[in-house]
Design a protein around this ligand. Structure first.
Ligand code: NAP
Ligand code: GFB
Length: 329
C-alpha cells in the first residue's frame, strides 16, 4: 500500500493504542509492521466528536484517509451497560450516530477501505454455540446489551448496503472481550479484567478484601489487545470481503471469571482475603465464538498466552497508575 493514510477512529483507546504499539514496534515492512509510504493517524474525541456529521467531515478533510479502522464507540463493561439501561437510548443512539457518520463520510471521501469494530456481545443471547459469522442477526441480543448490540449490528447491515449500492469496500471485525495496556481501569464502568486489576491493586495497597462481582462462574474468551491489533492490521492488508470476521482465541479457550480473578491475584501478588459478591449480576453466562474462519484465512496465528498478557497489562497499570484511566478525579 503506497501513499496510504490509515485513520484510526478511537485511536486513543485500548484497541487504538494497541494498534499504535504494534505498528511502531514490529519490524518495518513485516506482516504487522509499518510499510513504506504508510501514515497512521490515531484520532481521539478531542479531534472531533463523531456523533456530529460536521466534525466527522472535518476530521476526514484534515487527514484525507485512504483507509479507516473504525474503533470509536461508547463502550463499557456489563455494569456500565446496565447502569445506562434506564436510558439505554444513549448507548443505542450515540453508537448509531458515530457509526453512520463514519460510514457515510468514508463513502463520500472515497476511502478505499473501512473496517468497523463490532463485538461478540452483539450476537443473539439464545443461539446454538459456538457463535459464528452467520449468526449475528438470528435473534435478540442479551438484554444487558440492548443499545450497544443493536447499534453495532446495524453496521453489518449498512456495510452490505454500501457495497451493493456504491461498491464500497466496507467490512467489520468481531472481537471477544479485550484487555491490555491503556484499558479503562475505572472501578465500576470498566470491563472485568481492568476493573479487577484495579480492585486487587487497591485491596493489596489498603489491606482490604478483594471483592469480585457475581458468582465467578460465567465464562468468557479474552483476547490480548496487542494480538487483536495484529489481526486488525492483517484484515486491513489481506482481507477484502464485506462479511465480518470473528477475531478471537479458540472456543476451547473460555475461562471462568473465577479463573480470571485467580490469575489477577497471582499477577498482582495479592495475599489477602478474596470473596465474591453474589448479589451483583453475572450477565450472559457464556458466548463462545469460533475463530475457524480467521485461522483458515490467516493460515494460523500465535496468540499470546493469557498469563503473559495479564502480566504485561498489570505491569503497565502499575507503571502508569497516575495517568491511566482509573476513574479518579
Ligand atoms: P476505549 O478504550 O473506551 O476507547 C474508545 C475510543 O473511542 C476512545 O479513543 C474515545 O476517544 C473514542 N470515542 C468515544 N466516543 C467518541 C466520540 N463521540 N467521538 C469520537 N471518538 C469517540 O474502547 P476500546 O475498548 O478500545 O474499544 C474499541 C472498539 O472495540 C469499540 O468499537 C468497542 O466496541 C470494541 N470492542 C471492545 C471490547 C472490549 O472488551 N474493550 C470488546 C469487543 C469490542 P477519547 O479517548 O477521546 O474519549
Ligand atoms: O468484561 P465484562 O463486563 O463483560 O465482564 P461482558 C462481566 C463478567 O465479569 C460478569 C464479572 O460475569 C461479571 O459478574 N465481573 C466480576 C465483573 N467482577 C467484575 C468487575 O469488577 N467489573 C466487571 N465489568 N465485571 C460486556 C458488554 O459484557 O462485553 C459490553 O456489556 C462489551 O457491551 C464487552 O461488548 C465485550 O462480557 O459481560
Amino acid at each position: 500500500m503506497s501513499n496510504t493514510v490509515v485513520l484510526i477512529t478511537g485511536g486513543s483507546g485500548l484497541v487504538g493504542q494497541a494498534i499504535r504499539h504494534v505498528i511502531e514496534t514490529e519490524p518495518e515492512g513485516s506482516r504487522f509492521g509499518k510499510k513504506p509510504g504508510e501514515t497512521w493517524i490515531f484520532a481521539s474525541s478531542s479531534e472531533g466528536d463523531l456523533r456530529d456529521p460536521a466534525q466527522t467531515r472535518q476530521l476526514f478533510e484534515k487527514y484525507k484517509p485512504t483507509h479507516v479502522i473504525h474503533l470509536a464507540a461508547l463502550v463499557g463493561g456489563l455494569f456500565k451497560n446496565m447502569k445506562y439501561k434506564a436510558s439505554r437510548l444513549t448507548f443505542l443512539r450515540d453508537n448509531i450516530l458515530i457509526n453512520d457518520n463514519v460510514l457515510q463520510t468514508s463513502y463520500e471521501r472515497k476511502a478505499q477501505k473501512l473496517i468497523s469494530c463490532l463485538s461478540t456481545c452483539v450476537f443473539p443471547d439464545k443461539v446454538e454455540y459456538p457463535l459464528d459469522e452467520h449468526k449475528i442477526h438470528s435473534g435478540p441480543p442479551h438484554e444487558s446489551n440492548f443499545g450497544y448490540a443493536h447499534a453495532k449490528r446495524m453496521v453489518d447491515v449498512q456495510n452490505h448496503a454500501y457495497k451493493e449500492e456504491f461498491g464500497c469496500n466496507f467490512t467489520s471485525a468481531i472481537p471477544t472481550n479485550v484487555f491490555g495496556p491503556h484499558d479503562n481501569f475505572d472501578l465500576e464502568d470498566s470491563h472485568v479484567i481492568p476493573g479487577l486489576i484495579h480492585k486487587c491493586y487497591l485491596a493489596k495497597k489498603n489491606n482490604t478484601p478483594f471483592v469480585v462481582s457475581g458468582t465467578g462462574k460465567p465464562l468468557r474468551q479474552f483476547i490480548f489487545s496487542w494480538d487483536l491489533a495484529k489481526l486488525f492490521i492483517w484484515m486491513l492488508r489481506e482481507y477484502d470481503d464485506v462479511e465480518p470476521v470473528i477475531l478471537s482465541v479458540g472456543e476451547d479457550e473460555e475461562v471462568s471469571i473465577k479463573e480470571v480473578a485467580d490469575a489477577i491475584v497471582k499477577a498482582v501478588n495479592f495475599r489477602g482475603d478474596y470473596t465474591f459478591d453474589t448479589s451483583r449480576a453475572d450477565g450472559q453466562f457464556r458466548k463462545p465464538a469460533s475463530n475457524k474462519k480467521l485461522l483458515t484465512l490467516m493460515n494460523g496465528f500465535e496468540f499470546t498466552p493469557f498469563e503473559k498478557a495479564l502480566d504485561i497489562t498489570v505491569d503497565w497499570f502499575l507503571k502508569n497508575y497516575d495517568t491511566a484511566r482509573t476513574g479518579k478525579v
